[in-house]
Ligand binder design. Structure first.
Ligand code: DCP
Ligand code: MG
Length: 401
């Protein structure tokens, strides 16, 4: 049970990044409903994300960080981000006719199914809906009749039943450990962080985001390429990553990969990164390869030998989405902040930095535009970034906007 605190301590600030937004909060009933309204608004008009959908998201954020359960509409009315439409939802106790209608509509249900396909963003989902497709089978038929899919969508369909399964945190840690182990054979002393939702305290996620750096910049260059080659040899990656065929490992080559990446593309960073899929649990061969690697490098340990077959026998084979990102050490705190999210927290932080301080913040660094000529502001930790931005530090667990 969450402890409630006095709303007097609640600051109805304009920017979400100025408040703590915990994962568990007191107003789930309302925020769940608002999130449906938000998703629906995106489906109806994916170009209008900045207006209706964002208004619902901001209202949900205000309720998420409110220190007690909202019981009276006057209480919600005091929150500046809660607009009239969202207020209506609260008045109707989180189960308005509107939400019920959305949930039972063919449009929403179909858009939810299409959006669950990796590589299919709201614009494509809508295009398919407008063509009359109502199910995955309908899209399959269209494909056999000659409709083209992007490479990502093809992979998305192929592994759809796996990719919709949430990844438990233990498995994400397991994947991180595999990456650490393989990295150690290429380049000792890398720094590896599990980022995304897990770092904010979530116990499951839709993918596994792993951020990598090394104190020595010269060791960072080409590191991702070597890592991917090594993982491919372990027979761990499924599909072919078109970007690695060309052997160019920069975002320049990743940027153009269609809508699925646009969803990710909010980052707009040009760190080396590889969006890939790992085949987990198939592991008899994986285990053996790994084992022989360990022996040749003399790194065999108890866990490596004892987990072996019994755990892989129990674990059902499943394909997981993994994002590997490599950042130069100097940019690491910014990449860490950006890849930890949430997306809305990042949006708010960047908005705040620019509007209040004339500072441009990205996953690479920050630049003070009040200073002429523009001056880069360095930071060696997330704490320092918050400090430079004149913000109270927020632990990742409080960035769940
Ligand atoms: N991110 C962002 N803008 C985007 C996409 C992502 O700023 N358009 C950042 C914030 C996310 C992080 O990258 O928290 C990782 O992206 P994910 O899409 O994997 O998001 P999460 O890890 O938060 O969610 P999930 O738990 O579903 O994987
Ligand atoms: Mg994630």
């Amino acid at each position: 049970k969450l402890e409630e605190t006095s709303p007097n301590e609640y600051q109805d600030n304009k920017f979400v990044c100025q408040r703590a937004t915990p994962l568990k909060h007191h107003n789930t009933k309302f925020t769940d409903a608002l999130e449906i309204l938000e998703r629906h608004a995106v489906y109806v008009d994916s170009t209008q994300r900045d207006s209706r959908a964002l208004a619902f998201r901001r209202a949900a954020c205000a309720l998420k960080s409110y220190p007690k359960q909202i019981t009276r509409i006057e209480e919600a009315s005091k929150l500046s981000s809660v607009g009239n439409h969202s207020k209506k939802e609260i008045l109707e106790n989180g189960s308005s006719d509107e939400v019920q209608d959305i949930l039972s509509s063919e449009f929403f249900k179909t858009m939810e199914v299409f959006s669950s396909i990796y590589g299919c963003g709201p614009a494509t989902a809508r295009k398919w809906y407008e063509k009359g497709y109502r199910s995955i089978a309908d899209v399959h038929h269209a494909v056999s009749d000659g409709m083209k899919l992007t490479e990502q969508q093809t992979m998305g369909f192929k592994y759809h039943s796996d990719l919709v399964k949430p990844v438990p945190k233990e498995e994400a840690i397991n994947i991180k450990d595999i990456v650490i182990k393989e990295l150690s054979k290429i380049q000792p002393n890398c720094i590896v962080e599990l980022v995304g939702g897990y770092r904010r305290g979530k116990l499951s996620g839709h993918d596994v985001d792993i951020l990598i750096t090394h104190q020595n910049n010269s060791k960072v260059e080409g590191l991702l390429h070597k890592l991917v080659e090594r993982l491919e040899k372990l027979d761990l990656m499924v599909g072919r990553n078109p970007h690695f065929e060309s052997k160019t490992l920069y975002l320049k080559s990743v940027k153009g990969i269609g809508e699925g990446s646009q969803r990710q593309g909010g980052h707009m960073d040009s760190l080396d990164h590889c969006f890939c899929m790992f085949q987990m649990g198939k592991s008899f061969e994986n285990e053996k390869v790994e084992h022989s690697c360990m022996q040749t490098t003399g790194e065999a340990d108890e866990t490596g030998t004892s987990t072996g077959s019994s755990s892989s026998e129990q674990m059902a084979a499943v394909v997981r989405r993994v994002d590997l990102i490599v950042a130069p050490h100097k940019q690491f705190p910014f990449a860490l902040l950006g890849w930890t999210g949430s997306k809305q927290f990042n949006r708010s932080l960047r908005d705040y930095a620019w509007k209040v301080l004339k500072v441009k913040l990205s996953n690479h660094g920050m630049w003070d535009h009040k200073h002429i000529p523009v001056r880069q502001v360095e930071a060696t930790s997330e704490q320092e970034i918050f400090h430079e931005l004149k913000l109270e530090y927020r632990d990742p667990h409080d960035r769940n906007a």
